[in-house]
Structure formats: C-alpha cells, structure tokens
Design a binder for this molecule. Structure first.
Ligand SMILES: O=C(O)C(=O)C[C@H](O)[C@H](O)COP(=O)(O)O
Length: 319
C-alpha cells in the first residue's frame, strides 16, 4: 500500500544563475518542477511511500523527470506517450529581488498530460493508498486533464482514500471565473482543502476574516479540514470545529518557489504518521521554511532537519 499518490504535470524547469536575465544568460540550470511531484518528493523524503501519476512523452526529456523523482524515492507509474506531437512541458524562471519580481514563463501547451485519461493510469494505486493529492493546476491544463482529475478524485473518494486538494490558482492558465467553476466541480470529492487566502478572496470571491473564510468553506462544501495559507502571516486551519493558527518559521530565502508544496508535503507526512492537525501544521511550516533555503522546486530535506526546526518542544514525529 502506498501512503500517498499524487496526480499532475511536472515540467522541466530552466533558470539562469541568480542575478542573470533570461534575455542575456549563457547558462540555464535544468531541474524539474510541478506541484504534485513536489509534494510526492517531500513526503517521500520525510519517510513515507509516495507515487506520482502523470503522462509524459516517451523521450529522454520525459525520462529526465522520472529519473529525478525516483532519486527522491518517488514511484513513477506514469503513462508514456509515443505520439510525436505531444511535448514536454517546460517553464523558465528568472529569480528577482526587490524591486524586480520573480518571473515565470510557461511553455506547456500540448504537453503529454493534456491528452491524459484516467483509463491509462493505474487507478488501483489510488484505491489502495491512504491519501490522494492533486491541485488546481491540473484541471486548468486541458479538458481531458480536468476530466481525469475529477475521475481520480472520485475514485479516491469512493475507496475511502483521503483526498487533498490545493487550489494553486495560476493566472497564466485560466481566469478567476474559469477557475472558480473548475474548482467547485471538484469540491464534493475533496476531504482536505488547502487554499491561499488571496485565491480564496480573489478567485472564490469569499470575504470576511480568515476565520470566516475557513468556516465558510468548511460549511459550504463539508470539507474535513480547511487550511488557509497566509504568506508571512502563517496558516489558519479548521478541523473538527477547532481552529489552529500556525506562524511561519523564520528563513533566509534562496528560492521561494515550492514553499507552498513543501508546506503541504510536511503536513501530509505528519498526518500519515498519525499526528494531529496542530502538529501537522508545525511540520508543514518547518518543511516550508527549510525549502526557502534550497534552490529548485523540491524540498530536499531530511526528517531530522524538520524535527530540528520544530524544536525540542515540538511533539516530534516518532519513527
Ligand atoms: O505547474 C505549475 O504551474 C507550477 O507552478 C509548479 C510550481 O513550480 C509549484 O507548484 C510551486 O508552487 P509553490 O509551492 O506555491 O511555490
């Protein structure tokens, strides 16, 4: 049995060295990045079995992704496309610093995953797993990907697998109105919702205090757990009628991309270990803080490092 199965797109990630511009750089660092594989890698690195489902072109570029994920212990039973017309999604990232922001350029149209169907994926892995995670990026990729996302969430739900969904709104993929419709179509099959406060207000159109936001979402869609991520303000969660406030741990930022996924990975690893929501949030915040110090999308961390950030007063994950 797998502890966590995830489903989504992973792209090649190309970035110039810190301080260099895409327009003029001679060098591009090559890594991989995608919300669902970032979460699977974090959970695997924190000691649990994870598998990532997707569709990739059957090419050296596609294999670059599976080889790197396997190096973090993630199982990769993906569908391979031998259609020459399908492409490997790629993103370019130019890191900024005040007053210039970080810029992401996507080149992901017609990626193999845009043609995915649930039938070509090993859905029994989802039925047999403890948790299933996907995010709002996946249904934004194509109609086929949206359909597969819904089918996989329902498969998990029917099997009693805990379903976890992060809104992960990406304005370069769809409009707030399109996203709101896409999200609401999936919410019935979601147990644990992770939502950035900004997306909750600007995409789902909700207002009020952070407490109002989590309780409104939980009441309207019957989520078991709602986690509102609030940037520097930390996170607020609602579970079983109790709210939990989690501040951020201070961190020097080398690369902020992947912080949200590391947060989810830390939370899910602690929950898989039987920890309560309060402890889960501590591990989430600690994994996110560590990620900020690491270049690349993936939280290349160890359980001991996360334990050390949580501190000797933390409840500690027993292994
Ligand atoms: O597929 C996409 O569109 C992505 O954006 C993949 C991202 O690299 C990660 O999901 C990072 O997201 P954060 O953890 O919120 O920084």
């Amino acid at each position: 049995m797998t502890d966590l199965v995830t489903f989504g797109e992973t792209m090649l990630r190309l970035s110039p060295p810190q301080g260099h511009r895409l327009e003029t750089t001679d060098d591009l660092d090559l890594r991989i990045g995608g919300a669902e594989s970032n979460v699977a890698a974090a959970v695997s690195r924190l000691g649990f079995d994870s598998a990532w489902l997707s569709k990739l072109p059957d090419s050296p570029l596609g294999r670059r992704v599976t080889v790197e994920l396997q190096s973090h212990g993630v199982d990769t039973p993906v569908a391979w496309s031998d259609d020459d017309a399908t492409r490997m999604g790629t993103y370019y990232i130019e890191h900024g610093g005040a007053p210039r922001g970080t810029n992401v350029i996507y080149d992901r149209a017609d990626a193999a995953i845009t043609t995915v169907s649930a039938d070509e994926l090993p859905t029994e892995r989802i039925r047999e797993s403890e948790m299933f995670y996907t995010s709002g990026i996946t249904p934004a990729l194509s109609e086929a990907a949206a359909k597969a996302t819904a089918t996989l969430l329902e498969t998990a739900n029917d099997a009693g697998t805990t379903t976890v969904f992060d809104l992960n709104y990406r304005s370069k993929l769809w409009t707030p109105e399109e996203a709101a419709v896409g999200y609401r179509a999936l919410f019935d099959a979601v147990d644990v919702l992770v939502a950035a406060e900004r997306d909750t207000r600007e995409v789902l159109g909700r207002d009020g205090t952070p407490e109002d936001l989590v309780s409104g979402l939980a009441d309207d869609y019957d989520f078991e757990t709602v986690i509102l991520t609030r940037g520097d303000e930390g996170a607020l969660a609602l579970h079983d009628g109790e709210t939990y406030d989690q501040p951020v741990y201070e961190a020097d930022t080398v690369d902020a991309v992947g912080t949200g996924d590391a947060f989810v990975g830390g939370f899910l690893a602690a929950r898989l270990d039987g920890e309560n929501v309060a402890t889960g949030l501590e591990y989430a915040a600690a994994t996110a803080a560590l990620k900020r110090t690491i270049d690349g999308d993936i939280a290349v961390v160890t359980p001991e490092e996360v334990d050390a950030v949580v501190g000797e007063d933390g409840a500690g994950i027993s292994r």
